[in-house]
Design a binder for this molecule. Sequence first.
Ligand code: DX5
Ligand code: ZN
Length: 228
Amino acid sequence: MSIAINPSILSADFANLQRDLQAIATADAAHIDVMDNHFVPNLTWGPPVVKRLREISPVPFDVHLMIQDADRWAPQYAEMGCESVTFHAEAAIAPIKLARTLRESGAKAGMALRPATGVEPYLDMLPELDMLLIMTVEPGFGGQKFLEVTLPKIRRAARAIEGAGLDLVLQVDGGITEETILRAAEAGATCFVAGSSVYNTADPQAAIASLRAAAQSVEADFKATCCH
Ligand code: DX5
Ligand code: ZN
């Protein structure tokens, strides 16, 4: 599985989003954090803004919906052409149905887990997904510290994906730096969201390259510890 670096525009300059999307043209995708002030205590943008930004973006969109009532709101992000749409397991009433709807609309279907949400209840539905997002901070804000306590869950998810032979991207989001990316990659993550460590630097493309090189330098070790 190849490595992907998806910068989060939550740390971009909101008065210069077009410029700041161009600034990450070497990324695999732009990570778009949608917050509704209900699922998380913060508020960002909604469908009209995301739709217009998608039209001018040089890279695909990886939409992360931190919103309640995901069943109702998620499909329109797929319909407007966002390449990947991730809803939270804690916010979806019918996650299997929703994942199928997203795929039918032409998007990749992602499902996210808050740091304290276990992966085990969702193992049987992993084939319904194209991406599993394990949050490595409590969702809501950029610039937080990586939660080491999530590493065993990343490892268990990676083993389950490998064991079932699934073509599923394992994404991590929150507190990813050149240092923490090493541990997340060792645990088996393959797709890395990074907000402050890309945009709060003088050269976002250099930051993307450094993160990519760091992740590529690591061989996931979950296979060695797996019991098969
Ligand atoms: C947090 C968001 C993240 C955030 C990451 O709720 O989901 O995508 O932008 O920001 P950093 O990389 O600064 O932790
Ligand atoms: Zn996010």
